[in-house]
Design a protein around this ligand. Structure first.
Ligand SMILES: *[C@@H]1O[C@H](CO)[C@@H](O)[C@H](O)[C@H]1NC(C)=O
Ligand SMILES: *[C@@H]1O[C@H](CO)[C@@H](O)[C@H](O)[C@H]1NC(C)=O
Ligand SMILES: *[C@@H]1O[C@H](CO)[C@@H](O)[C@H](O)[C@H]1NC(C)=O
Ligand SMILES: *[C@@H]1O[C@H](CO)[C@@H](O)[C@H](O)[C@H]1NC(C)=O
Length: 394
């Protein structure tokens, strides 16, 4: 048992030495670009208004700022041009009447391009998303529903999808709109309050369940608080990324800033402690560590590394003893050793990202572990680009 293991890790290291480039961030981005990922089109060549494209563009923009290589900027522009026409109309794949927060995640790209070019079409497109948020259905406490058809449901994912855009739009065009700033902060504090796993719960992590149903009617809703039964790594990953990204945008002078930062400060040590002690990475279903069929999932791990390293770098997360950065580094090293594969054409493959995780079903452990893994899934690959950008700054 031991010998084949040793041999395979030895072989893995040899191929590492031969094939790996200087920057994993560049490698991840170039591989995605070479495959045409995140280019504004779906697999059948039709325009798609996709949050994972928005996530990749967030990373490409930082890579452009770091390297000055205009290839990355041009790729963002061409992808965004495929989903916004000359008049600023968003492609019909976007269905405003669905009131889904997911497509809104492309909004930060529109705002970025407006800031760079001042072309009115990007503002027009951003206005459409801002209009959606004005009519977004809400729970009785004011939380945006994830979609119109997910009645009264707040999901962690939705914070990343909707609120970075909401904040950047407010900063750019309505910076004194305190109603908007308070609303943005309350999207974070409401989801935190309603999904936080309480001490004394079985398999206590101190982290956040995937989502909740304010009306307690979903099949998975707990009778006491309406939350779903499991903590899903990627949903928490989206939320962590939202926490570290929003603090760059949110005004320090508004009390919501401290509320958001306090959530991050509270959760970060729990996230550190939830990592598997041996590998340093995290289980797909974080509430069921080590259970048969559970596994270490790569998109969540990459999102956590990005969030922890960025949070400490910018002083959002205190790390006096260095244990947060140490945990993130350990996870990152596991990630590159296990989930990054060199291809003969010079690109890399990204492994072990789960295709989806939704609360449209029964929300059980069996559901989450039954969803297939996808090679080069952009949600994970883009997160790896972000994690690598942070790791390579250390
Ligand atoms: C910019 O990035 C592209 C894509 O990776 C690469 O082909 C090109 O050589 C880079 N340009 C410079 C000046 O580094
Ligand atoms: C300020 O934000 C609130 C909440 O999003 C919105 O209803 C209102 O229209 C905004 N005010 C202005 C002047 O745009
Ligand atoms: C606690 O974790 C164990 C190990 O993964 C698992 O078998 C058990 O079902 C979990 N308990 C609950 C209530 O989730
Ligand atoms: C929940 O759904 C999964 C499929 O997504 C199924 O395998 C499992 O049996 C269901 N569990 C319950 C309790 O309905």
């Amino acid at each position: 048992m031991l010998l084949p293991l040793l041999l395979s890790s030895l072989l893995a290291h040899i191929s590492v030495a031969v094939a790996r480039p200087q920057s994993y961030a560049v490698w991840a981005a170039d591989s995605a670009i070479k495959r045409g990922q995140g280019n504004g089109l779906d697999s059948s060549g039709k325009p798609t208004v996709s949050y994972e494209h928005g996530e990749l563009q967030w990373g490409l923009r930082q890579l452009y700022e770091k390297t000055g290589n205009k290839t990355y900027y041009d790729y963002i522009v061409s992808a965004a041009n495929r989903i916004v026409d000359v008049n600023g109309v968003i492609a019909s794949a976007y269905k405003p009447a669905d009131y889904s927060l997911d497509p809104v995640r492309t909004g930060p790209t529109f705002l970025y391009l407006y800031s760079q070019t001042k072309q009115a079409k990007w503002k027009t497109a951003a206005d459409a998303f801002r209009g959606q948020l004005n009519g977004q259905p809400r729970t009785g406490e004011g939380q945006f529903w994830h979609k119109l058809r997910y009645y009264n449901q707040g999901w962690l994912d939705g914070i990343y999808m909707g609120d970075i855009f909401y904040a950047q739009y407010t900063k750019d065009f309505q910076s004194t709109n305190t109603t908007a700033w308070s609303d943005i902060a309350s999207q974070f504090t409401l989801i935190y309050k309603n999904t936080l796993q309480k001490p004394g719960s079985a398999n206590y992590t101190g982290l956040l369940y995937h989502g909740y149903d304010y009306s307690h009617t979903a099949v998975w809703a707990s009778p006491d608080r309406g939350h779903c039964p499991e903590i899903w790594d990627r949903a928490l990953g989206w939320f962590f990324m939202a926490l570290v990204d929003i603090l760059d945008i949110f005004p320090k002078t508004h009390s919501g800033y401290a509320s958001i930062q306090n959530i991050l400060k509270d959760l970060a040590p729990h996230l550190r402690d939830a990592a598997d002690p041996q590998t340093g990475v995290w289980w797909l279903v974080m509430t069921q560590p080590g259970r048969a069929k559970n596994y270490f999932e790569s998109s969540g791990a990459a999102m956590f590394v990005y969030s922890l390293l960025k949070g400490v770098r910018l002083g959002y997360i205190p790390d006096a003893d260095g244990s947060i950065v140490k945990a993130a580094k350990k996870a990152y090293q596991y990630i590159v050793a296990n989930w990054v594969i060199a291809n003969s054409d010079g690109t890399m493959n990204w492994m072990n990202t789960v295709e989806v995780g939704s609360l449209s079903g029964n929300g059980t452990f069996e559901y989450y572990v039954g969803v297939p893994l996808v090679v080069n899934d952009l949600k994970g690959l883009a997160a790896f680009l972000l994690a690598s950008l942070e790791y390579e700054r250390l």
